[in-house]
Design a protein around this ligand. Structure first.
Ligand code: UT7
Length: 347
């Protein structure tokens, strides 16, 4: 049963900020993805730590994850995905006005991956930068692209989510609750002005820094640099994040539908951040969306942070599950804590 009234809000939950898309509308015109060839299955993990295919499958829905060879840069995965997205959109790199890369696993403190991509792809003069909003990063970056196009500061924006998270994983019993979940990969989208009627309709973005210590890589509270922590390892308070995730998916879906003036039943495809199948399934059930309207590919890639949404959207489009006029809800959450959702009518 779909929600018709506001969902119950936890007593400590912060209010959600929603925005109607204004100005010139934007839409996604081409998607590209790239994942390393090497695949680590649940069975492979059984020989590295005390875990089992059954535990991982039942608790997360993940069967495999793609893991980059040592020495692989996030830049290289990002660039591969971007080239495919540009080809799919039939856009030349020279036409790109801005490149925004969302990543939780940059290759270093600076310069940005986006600047290196600008040179590699051949998009001279475009403005280029990386953003960090953890797993919500791709939605944050899309919203920035939408703002640029709305305000006519750009006509073509390349948005990328790319990760080599395996650099921050430890395949041991101590870290088995994170080691089995994350994987490497990249996804990219070309965002351009939308044809009449189509494009992004509303956004919901926010953060709650009180949850700063819930999903981390490196020393808390100092941070990896100040603590001289050379190899930060991803850690998290899994059950707490699980509850937050289900809650924020439900609240975002409701809030954004209300902002866009539609009902939940009008959503044709929900593309959630792929963190755990049980989170997605629980949220979809409580929102009132059947799983046929939810894009899930977590079994193949695990949680690739900023890359999960473009990877899942790409696979849904490739499978013919999205057609012109469909209402697509993209929604994420992540470390920070952060959250973000965008509702668009497919061009
Ligand atoms: O995008 C980043 C945001 N992160 C997330 O969205 C993650 C949200 N949380 C989760 O997905 C789940 O909390 C996990 C998959 C991380 C863990 O699943 P859970 O059902 O919440 O397990 P738990 O942490 O409550 O642990 C239950 C048991 C523990 O054993 P004991 O203490 O009951 O004996 C864990 O040690 O499961 C054990 N366990 C494992 N067992 C086998 C934890 N990880 C594993 C493992 N294999 N890989």
């Amino acid at each position: 049963m779909a929600l018709t009234t506001a969902p119950r809000v936890r007593s400590d939950a912060l209010p959600l900020r929603t925005f109607k898309a204004k100005g010139r509308p934007s839409a996604i015109f081409g998607l590209g993805v790239h994942a390393p060839a090497r695949v680590l299955s649940n069975v492979d993990l059984e020989s590295l730590m005390e875990t089992s295919d059954q535990w991982i499958t039942e608790r997360t829905g993940i069967k495999r994850r793609h893991i980059a060879e040592p020495g692989t840069t996030t830049f290289s995965l990002a660039t591969e995905a971007a080239r495919k997205a540009l080809a799919a959109a039939r856009v030349k790199a020279e036409e790109v006005d801005a490149i925004i890369v969302a990543t939780s696993s940059p290759d270093g403190p600076f310069p940005s991956i986006a600047c290196r991509m600008q040179d590699e792809l051949g998009a001279p003069g475009s403005y280029a930068y990386d953003i960090l909003a953890a797993c919500t990063g791709f939605v944050y970056a899309l919203e920035q692209a939408d703002s640029m196009i709305a305000s006519e500061r750009a006509d073509t924006v390349l948005v990328v989510g790319a990760e080599v998270l395996s650099r921050m994983l430890e395949y041991s019993n101590e870290y088995r609750h994170t080691a089995v979940i994350f994987g490497d990969g990249a996804g990219a989208a070309v965002v351009r002005p939308a044809p009449a009627g189509a494009g992004f309709k509303a956004w919901c973005l926010g953060g709650d820094g009180r949850g700063y210590a819930q999903v981390t890589a490196g020393n808390v509270p100092l941070g990896a640099y100040a603590a001289k922590d050379e190899r930060p390892i991803i850690d998290m308070k899994g059950p707490d994040v699980f509850k937050f995730a289900v809650d924020i998916f439900i609240r975002q879906a409701y809030a954004i539908a209300q902002e866009a003036g539609i009902s939940i039943e009008d959503i044709d495809l929900f593309v959630p951040h792929q963190a755990n199948y049980r989170i997605i399934e629980a949220a979809a059930r409580r929102i009132g969306l059947p799983m046929e309207r939810v894009a899930v590919n977590i079994e193949e890639y695990g949680n690739t942070s900023t890359a999960t949404i473009p990877l899942a959207l790409h696979d849904a489009v490739a499978a013919g599950r999205v057609k012109s006029g469909d209402r697509v809800l993209l929604a994420g959450f992540g470390s920070g804590l952060t959250w973000g959702a965008g509702l668009l009518e497919w061009a």
